[in-house]
Design a protein around this ligand. Structure first.
Ligand SMILES: [Zn+2]
Length: 266
């Protein structure tokens, strides 16, 4: 009996370390840099003068850098306690996606809509670039809804043949009204009804690790509310720029969009 328990524990430990060491050195991926013993104080890590998430993994501190989608393949400099570390970023060709959108206002906006989009962009960017010092216990996220997860992160999109910003999240298929669960413990950093994203919730998980839930039919939380993994934050809908109900799920580190597939528990 004891033997079985021991081997089960060993298996769990192995799986956890395999997940934790997962590197994804491509644009839209992450770099995990092992730093040193947790016997000393947490180091300061940054990239392009933006602070990076630093967390404990086993007996070591690790820094986690989100690699921006527009990063050219090659070297990326990360500063740890003022010393530079070089990361090799691999080439990754994201697919092209061409969509026909019938509601013209979602492709060409008038000045009033542009003003609205601009003010919403500022609110969202403020959350994505914020950095709260709270400790982060890990990088895994629970799937917010159980449906099929698209692999459309990073798609270079064209609406009615006009180039638009790349797809900065994962679309999860789900029906209208299906409950959405928080992916990880955190604080509700913003909620709103935005032009493109529709009803949206942003959760700050600490140190620039943020998750975003869009196109919701309803929002069940308020700003500054503490949230735990699995708490219901709203329901799936089709608000904003969409062709049908689904959940757009976005994840961010150091202000940059990261492929959610890297974090979601398999
Ligand atoms: Zn989407």
């Amino acid at each position: 009996m004891i033997k079985i328990r021991l081997s089960f524990a060993a298996l769990v430990a192995l799986t956890a370390s395999a997940l934790a060491t997962e590197q994804s050195l491509r644009p839209g991926g992450i770099a995990i840099i092992e730093i040193g013993s947790t016997d000393v104080a947490a180091p300061a890590a940054s990239m392009d003068d933006k602070p990076l998430l630093v967390m404990q993994r086993g007996e070591k501190w690790v820094a986690v850098a989100g690699i921006p989608l527009d990063t050219e393949p090659g070297k990326l400099l990360i500063s740890i306690n003022g010393q530079e570390t070089i990361i090799d970023v691999a080439e990754h060709a994201y697919r092209e996606q061409r969509l026909t959108v019938e509601n013209k206002s979602f492709v060409d906006q008038n000045q009033k809509q542009l003003d609205r989009i601009w003010s919403e962009r500022k609110i969202i960017d403020a959350v994505l670039t914020s950095f709260t010092e709270s400790p982060v216990g890990g990088l895994t996220l629970a799937a917010p809804v159980p449906g099929t997860q698209s692999s459309s992160f990073g798609y270079r999109r064209f609406f009615n043949d006009q180039p638009r910003s790349p797809h900065k999240g994962m679309d999860i298929s789900a029906g209208n009204g299906e409950p959405i669960a928080a992916s990880r413990t955190g604080v509700i950093a913003a909620t709103g009804n935005y032009f493109f994203n529709g009803n949206t919730v942003l959760i700050d998980h600490g140190q620039g690790f943020v998750s975003m839930y869009c196109h919701m039919s309803e929002i069940a939380v308020e700003e500054d509310q503490q949230i735990k993994t699995g708490d219901i934050i709203g329901a799936v809908g089709s608000t904003g720029r969409v062709t049908g109900p689904h959940l757009h799920f976005g994840t961010y580190l150091n202000g940059t969009a990261i492929d959610p597939a890297i974090f979601i528990e398999k």
